[in-house]
Design a protein around this ligand. Sequence first.
Ligand SMILES: [Cu+2]
Length: 120
Amino acid sequence: MKKRYVLMGVLTAIALAGMSSVSASEQSHSSMKTRGQVAAAEGQAVRAEGVVKAIQPEQAKITINHGPIPSLNWPAMTMDFPLEDKAVAAQVKGGDKVRFEFLPDSPRGYLITRIEVMDE
Ligand SMILES: [Cu+2]
């Protein structure tokens, strides 16, 4: 009886560990941020396209489902980006297709410096 509970606990721990590692890789590119890629992109704004999923104006953040970004070796994914100018948050809404530029190595993270809504 006791053994069985222990085994279930181990399986639960494995399942939880698996789930958290999946969501971590979806939310962060830190595991992909190798020295070479950072050096290649240093100081350069990266252009991308995506769909706005959520906006957090009070935190100057926006959640975007972006397409693949070959220059950074990023797959398509949904993630949060900080906004350089939080007034931008009022110019977009959920579901908007956007074209944007961000600095991949800013002290504030993947900082969006430009964003425009694309025509449908
Ligand atoms: Cu991403």
